[in-house]
Design a protein around this ligand. Structure first.
Ligand SMILES: *Cc1c(COP(=O)(O)O)cnc(C)c1O
Length: 400
């Protein structure tokens, strides 16, 4: 069977990051590199370093490393902690697990609150664990805001309250890699000490740039932290960033793109960005439920607005289904990681999407289920269309 659609139209990149890059950002990045020690760069550097704070809702500096999000995890740990320090992690899924492994690799001592990987972090469990630490020896609590591997989110304001209720001084570190510019995040208000992000998810940029938001407490911890660091050291970076420049060659093209991405997000308004993502997520969940398929996230409180993981009926392999969708409709869906391997697929609905791109993706899923012989009910796309139509607002009404 031949399928010409491989060569026409666009590939549907429906994984939860990297996400499709808007034309405006592609165009902004497609230009000649400038002297990173010259005045034009300095102006760009100062602008992005100032404006990026708005996305984190912080007054403190945000550090940009040319790296994937994982690099910023490492920077966050080595700049604030010392060998042997105890670190508490709630294992909400694969990304929390990778963070835990990094903690161990760096010579820190991870302590894990396990979950069944089907819900977000339970603040009561965090409070109970911290209350048992009478000597206050735990130095950091690490939470993944949006667990991309399972489609579950955690509530950072609740975690903050739990730490306060336990009267515990540990640093709060949050992975916002797939939540920033997708769901509300308030760095200063929630008293987060270190927040980590990457460019390729809600920020709609190519992979390769990481973000670290800090607190005064994290900067104070830096003064006594003894883990070795050089490339990842915050102090050199912060000192030069005051003048809009970097200690080594910066990822200039990414910064052109970041400037445009911030403009786009602020033009839309962050609250509108969050509401748009919530609406996409609701449409996807309605489709999955109409198909009679189970959502991996078992508790609506923890439903992610960035990505939805959908479980296939037992005996049906999710990767075989994804392969059919890729071969037939040129759409990439997210694979099931670790405990979800073969059992679930993930639909990314973050970044540069709209009603019709999501409906296109859902149509591909519904046809794929049929072609792969996965038992399901028809009508998922209809349910999503009905929801979009009920909640539609015209562009002119939005502008008013
Ligand atoms: C994507 C992702 C990561 C890994 O980020 P990289 O940029 O691949 O290093 C970590 N945590 C979460 C929650 C993610 O979504």
């Amino acid at each position: 069977m031949t399928n010409e659609s491989h060569h026409t139209g666009r590939h549907y990149l429906q994984i939860p990051g990297p996400t499709p890059i808007p034309e405006r950002i592609l165009n902004a990045m497609s230009r000649q590199i400038i002297d990173h020690r010259g005045p034009e760069f300095q102006e760009l550097g100062k602008r992005v370093l100032t404006n990026v704070k708005t996305l984190f809702k912080t007054k403190n500096p945000v550090i940009l490393f040319p790296s994937s999000g994982t690099g910023a995890w490492e920077a966050g740990l080595v700049n604030t902690l010392s060998p042997g320090d105890r670190v508490l992690i709630v294992e909400t899924g694969q990304f929390a697990l990778l963070w835990r492994n990094m903690v161990e690799n760096l010579g820190l001592k991870p302590e894990v609150i396990p979950t069944d990987w089907r819900a977000g972090a339970d603040a009561d469990a965090v409070e109970a664990h911290l209350k048992k630490d009478g000597e206050k020896a735990i130095k950091a609590v690490c939470i993944v805001h949006n667990e991309t591997s399972t489609g579950t989110r955690s509530w950072i304001d609740e975690i903050r309250k739990a730490m306060d209720a336990a009267d515990h001084p540990a640093l709060l570190m949050v992975d916002t890699i797939s939540s920033l510019a997708v769901m509300d995040y308030r760095h200063d208000e929630w008293g987060v000490d270190v927040a980590i992000c990457g460019s390729q998810k809600g920020l709609m940029l190519p992979p390769g740039l990481s973000f670290t938001a800090v607190s005064d407490k994290a900067l104070a911890a830096m003064k006594t932290a003894k883990l070795p660091r050089s490339y990842w050291a915050w102090d050199d970076m912060l000192a030069l960033n005051r003048d809009g420049v970097f200690p080594y060659t910066p990822p200039t093209a990414h910064l052109f793109g970041l400037s445009e991405a911030i403009d786009m997000l602020l033009e839309e308004g962050l609250d509108n960005v969050f509401e748009r993502h919530a609406r996409m997520a609701e449409a996807v969940r309605r489709a999955a439920q109409a198909w009679g398929l189970e959502l991996w996230c078992r508790d609506p409180k923890y439903h992610s607005t960035a990505v939805t993981a959908v479980k296939l009926p037992d005996g049906h392999n999710a990767d075989a289904f994804r392969q059919v969708v890729l071969d037939t409709f040129n759409m990439s869906l997210g694979t099931g990681l670790n405990k979800l391997a073969g059992k679930a697929f993930r639909i990314g609905h973050l970044g540069d999407t709209n009603d019709l791109t999501i409906l296109g993706a859902l149509s591909g899923v519904e046809m794929g289920l049929r072609l792969a012989g996965v038992p399901h009910k028809q009508g998922g796309v209809d349910a999503a269309m009905a929801y979009f139509a009920e909640t539609a607002r015209s562009a002119s009404a939005k502008a008013a």
